[in-house]
Design a protein around this ligand. Structure first.
Ligand SMILES: Cc1cc2nc3c(=O)[nH]c(=O)nc-3n(C[C@H](O)[C@H](O)[C@H](O)COP(=O)(O)O)c2cc1C
Length: 217
């Protein structure tokens, strides 16, 4: 794993949404490949089913990917939304060094269901849980290496969007829905608007019986 010597505690705090990213990377392409492979490899999955997949896209292919998504997504938007989204596509997604696109492999899920029919109704949720863990590991690993990233879901807006992404990435037919797209790069300026997303507020945590965490020592 290419993670720096940042502590796990510091890494989970450092991971934020960054919306002003540049086409620079603190890691080489080989290190990025390792980071993505490690995230997929070490993410736990129900019954060790290993149904999650990812594509690492960088450079010109990354810019072309976001251009393809933009062309597919435009018809979903109202006229007044166009400039807002055009800015997001340009400065928050295409401007980055790369994108990690996360999938579930439907063929692998079908085999999983066949092998474990007793849990067939929960597998749909479990694979999504596991996919989210892989996204989180990659996002946090990028943050631990000084990279900003933001998580997008344009592949889920419409089958047209999904098709545009899948065609561009030339993925196997079982990789049907691009579940999440993690756009990343060195942040343009830590203090620029959108870096991090906003001053984050937190709901009360360990706070008697009303917090988000209950304690039962
Ligand atoms: C499941 C999930 C879906 C999200 N979808 C989007 C999204 O579609 N677009 C986006 O800009 N951010 C998305 N986010 C990022 C959240 O808005 C962000 O994580 C949250 O506001 C907290 O900010 P932070 O990431 O800086 O900690 C998503 C986050 C999660 C966990």
């Amino acid at each position: 794993m290419t993670i720096t010597n940042m502590s796990f505690r510091d890494a989970i705090e450092a991971r934020r949404s960054y919306y002003n990213i540049t086409d620079e990377s603190t890691l080489s392409n080989e290190q990025l490949e390792e980071l993505v492979a490690d995230a997929i490899k070490y993410t736990p999955s129900s019954f060790n089913s290993q149904t999650s997949r990812a594509v690492l896209v960088t450079g010109e292919k990354n810019k072309a990917l976001w251009n393809a998504v933009w062309e597919a997504h435009k018809p979903n938007l109202k006229v007044e939304e166009l400039p807002v989204y055009e800015d997001k596509f340009k400065n928050s997604y295409a401007a980055g060094y790369g994108t990690i696109v996360f999938y579930e492999d439907q063929d692998a899920i079908d085999s999983f269901v066949k092998n474990f029919p007793i849990v067939q109704w929960t597998i749909k949720d479990w694979v999504q849980n596991s996919n989210g863990m892989a996204q989180y590991i990659a996002w946090t690993a990028l943050a631990a290496n000084g990279m900003g990233a933001n998580l997008q879901h344009y592949g889920q807006y419409s089958p047209v969007n999904a098709d545009a992404i899948n065609k561009h990435l030339d993925v196997p037919s079982g990789w049907k829905v691009p579940i999440a797209m993690l756009a990343f790069g060195v942040p343009s300026d830590i203090n620029a608007p959108g870096n991090p997303a906003y001053a984050k507020t937190f709901e009360p945590l360990v706070d008697g019986e009303t917090g988000r965490v209950l304690v039962r020592h």
